[in-house]
Design a protein around this ligand. Structure first.
Ligand code: SDX
Length: 428
């Protein structure tokens, strides 16, 4: 069979000797099922970076990068950001449908029961330097939770799995806020279950024991929107990390700690912090042309952080929503942030620049989120911690979904390019 015949056979709709089935999902591109490719043809598919690889079937989130579409369980992100809240979205991602009032009440109560940290977990913070990056602390503390809950989780028991997922969603704000209060030597605050999820996180972050904390409803709503936008994003690097770790049957807390580690990278969740560093480095609108030239220079590692996306080759639908929230919060607080002016001018210039147009590079969710978080009082090194707090809803939803995926452990192959067989030289 010639390679052309082979390729035609692979893509044929009918199952014959050489062909491979073509799978169709609800939305998005079809997939050639190559699971038997090696067994039947002795061939591997080569796809570093997984640009053309569907690693699993999932019903949680759909992204159409060409149309700038993002759906959580079928609901457009714009509608959820406008009308929902983070806890409802977390329930939707985990369970597949919006909660009834009774289900929502039960979910809220479960989060309220599990948002405290074991006092010995709080003791872990004292092992870190005060200036430790919050993401380093979160990786360590979330991973340490496996030591506290390992023997109480029967992974075969759906109830235990659901409780582990809720424990993670509930504890992340407490863990993240404690990273910040520890870093400035302020006593950590306990959750207040009289507040909603976002207001509770804000009071743990910015409240002081000696004063009552007044929630600013504009900031609380902006945080809800940020967390809804960051809650999930199909098979991104950190979610794929969680799924790969989970495929071995690892403890869910350890799997989420692996996801936090992956999210920290500047090419992924660390980009929101990197955008602020970049804007500060550019410094003025007049310096934008020089920055653009550096971004296009292959010999210069400088990139326009917050621009480009592996999947979105048009606008990231989240970027527009974050930009609107940033403008609203800055106006509400009466802040004229020069970095926002640089960011908006930079976007305007880049979107008209041939290099960016040709490569379909648009602002992504991280381009404005840092400006919004900074306006709300979050220090730069907490931006990705807020992203991790939100993405925990997606991570645990994918972890739960994977428990029903019977394909077993994920074990990619490779194209070996190392030395052929050789023997150890005889002793002289
Ligand atoms: C997130 O996957 C997800 O869903 C992630 C995320 C989520 O919600 O989980 O959406 C969150 O991580 C958003 C992305 C945040 N990262 C950044 O903003 C960092 C800056 N962006 C780049 O690092 C880059 O755009 C990536 C990593 C985001 C995407 O990289 P790709 O798809 O691998 O793109 P590429 O490297 O193939 O680039 C194609 C071309 C290259 O030029 P050529 O070699 O073709 O000449 O575009 C260039 C790149 O050099 N390019 C950029 C650029 N991004 C790509 N040039 C300048 N500035 C940039 N930001």
């Amino acid at each position: 069979m010639t390679s052309k015949q082979f390729i035609n056979a692979i893509l044929s709709e009918q199952q014959s000797d050489g062909s491979l089935p073509v799978l169709e999902g609800t939305l998005g591109p079809r997939a050639v099922d190559i699971q038997t490719l090696y067994a039947r043809h002795g061939l591997l598919a080569f796809d570093p970076g997984f640009r053309s690889t569907a690693a699993c079937k999932s019903a949680i989130t759909f992204v159409d990068g060409d149309q700038g579409v993002l759906l959580y369980r079928g609901y457009p992100i714009e509608e959820l950001a406008e009308r929902s809240n983070f806890v409802e979205v977390a329930y939707l991602l985990m369970h597949g449908d919006l909660p009834s009032p009774a289900q929502r009440k039960e979910f809220d109560q479960a989060i309220g029961v599990h948002n405290l940290l074991h006092e010995q977990v709080l003791a872990f913070y004292r092992g870190f330097r005060r200036d430790a990056h919050p993401m380093a602390v979160m990786v360590g503390v979330v991973g340490a939770l496996s030591a506290f809950y390992h023997d109480v989780i029967d992974m075969r028991n759906p109830g235990d799995r659901g409780k582990a997922a809720i424990r993670l969603i509930a504890k992340m704000p407490t863990i993240a806020a404690a990273c910040f209060t520890y870093s400035i030597g302020r006593p950590n605050r306990y959750p207040d279950n009289g507040l909603d999820f976002s207001s509770n996180f804000l009071q743990m972050m910015f409240g002081v024991p000696s004063e009552p904390y007044r929630v600013d409803p504009v900031l609380a709503r902006a945080l809800e929107v940020i967390m809804i936008l960051h809650a999930d994003h199909e098979q991104n690097a950190s979610t794929s990390t969680v799924r790969l770790a989970a495929s071995s049957g690892a403890n869910p807390f350890a799997c989420i700690a692996a996801g936090i580690a992956s999210l920290w990278g500047p090419a992924h969740g660390g980009a929101n912090e990197a955008v602020l560093h970049m804007l500060a480095e550019i410094g003025t609108v007049e310096n934008i042309p020089k920055a653009m030239a550096r971004a296009k220079d292959k010999n210069d590692p400088f990139r326009l952080m917050g621009f480009g996306h592996r999947v979105y080759k048009s606008f990231d639908p989240r970027a527009r929503v974050v930009q609107a929230q940033a403008k609203k919060v800055l106006s509400h607080l009466g802040i004229d942030d020069p970095l926002l002016n640089i960011a908006m001018r930079l976007e305007e210039i880049a979107l008209k620049d041939e290099y960016f147009i040709e490569r379909k590079l648009y602002p992504n969710v991280d381009f404005y989120s840092g400006i919004l978080l900074r306006a709300m009082g979050f220090p730069l090194n907490m931006f990705t911690a807020v992203f991790a707090l939100a993405r925990t809803a997606g991570w645990v939803s994918h972890w739960l979904e994977l428990q029903h995926d019977a394909h077993g452990i994920d074990r990619p192959r490779q194209l070996y390019v190392g030395p052929a067989l050789r023997h150890y030289p005889p002793r002289s």
